[in-house]
Write a protein that binds this ligand. Structure first.
Ligand SMILES: [Ca+2]
Ligand SMILES: [Ca+2]
Length: 311
């Protein structure tokens, strides 16, 4: 049986703790901001916590799953491992299993947002709070609570939780995020298609210019062409560049000395190949000419239906 080590929200301390654990067992911490970190061992066998392979996505590269409190309660072994407290207190529950860490993230329910804000963090009102919206545009189930302790959590082989945060409200903690694992899965598959997956010197390859955008933030950009029903509000969209050389600019992928829309061609081809292989990950694909210093970029999402545009 694999050694399972489970720790809570204070992710930065995970690595240190893992090395201290000997023998077969699970290490459980108190979770959530303000809670004391108390650790206890429980029997791995007794808890029955098993991660299905499907949680790692079609790329096999996912290292996180999001759970509503109800889903967490129904997750085999979750309650026995983390206790009922974990259902009431949203947080990250990281499981160390044979050298790789997997995070079960309990969401803060959408209903805890009061008006435009959640714990002081400005989010705004979702389209379905304001208008009658169709399927696929209902309010999100909840939010990932991002703290200084988990912002660098590796949620997949190439991405961190913080990659998908809004860039505003720098000094406000906790921050909140809507994030679909299927989006991160698709980005990992795009990297695989681009053939850059195991390039040792490049941690990422794809840079997320803009991931989650709360409605209040999205509304600022309506006049610049942002859609009122933008998928960014649902955590399943990202504006990306391919930046293998790490200069925060789209790369000259065709090597002709210019950085322009032609360089998006290999990216578009990779996205189309991913969608052909995995129709479940079909979504929007938009290309944009340079609007800022990072150069041209692509919008990719997993809305479930095909959408194509170029601006
Ligand atoms: Ca670059
Ligand atoms: Ca070029």
């Amino acid at each position: 049986l694999a050694l399972l080590v489970v720790v809570g929200w204070a992710y930065s301390s995970v690595k240190a703790l893992v090395s201290e654990v000997a023998g077969e067992g699970i290490l459980v911490s108190g979770i959530g901001p303000g809670s004391h970190e108390t650790y206890r061992h429980v029997e791995a066998r007794a808890s029955g916590l098993v991660l299905p392979d499907s949680l790692r996505g079609r790329s096999g590269a996912l290292r996180f799953a999001t759970l509503t409190p109800a889903e967490a309660a129904a997750f085999p072994g979750f309650l026995a491992t983390f206790g009922e407290f974990a259902l009431r207190t949203p947080g990250v529950h990281a499981i160390q299993q044979q050298g790789s860490v997997f995070a079960l993230i309990v969401l803060r329910p959408f209903g805890q947002k009061k008006g435009e804000r959640l714990n002081g963090y400005q989010l705004g009102r979702w389209p379905a709070e304001r208008w009658l919206m169709g399927k696929g545009y209902l309010n999100p189930d909840g939010f990932v609570e991002v703290t200084p302790g988990n912002v660098d959590l590796e949620i997949s082989r190439h991405f961190r939780l913080g990659d998908f945060l809004m860039k505003d409200q720098q000094g406000t903690w906790p921050k909140y995020l809507v994030l679909e694992p299927r989006l991160v899965d698709k980005l990992e598959l795009i990297l695989q298609e681009l053939g850059v997956v195991d390039t040792a010197t490049l941690r990422r390859g794809i840079v997320v210019l803009s991931g989650f955008r709360a409605p209040y933030y999205n509304d600022y950009y309506l006049s610049e062409g942002a859609a009122r029903a933008s998928r960014h509000q649902y955590g399943d969209a990202a504006d990306i560049i391919v930046d293998l050389d790490g200069d925060t600019q789209m790369d000259d992928l065709d090597g002709n000395g210019r950085i322009d829309l032609e360089d998006m061609r290999p990216v578009i081809d990779a996205i189309l190949r991913v969608e052909r292989r995995f129709p479940q990950l079909v979504g929007g694909l938009g290309t944009y000419a340079a609007m800022g210093p990072s150069g041209p970029f692509a919008h990719v999402d997993v809305r479930g239906t095909r959408a194509r545009w170029s601006r």
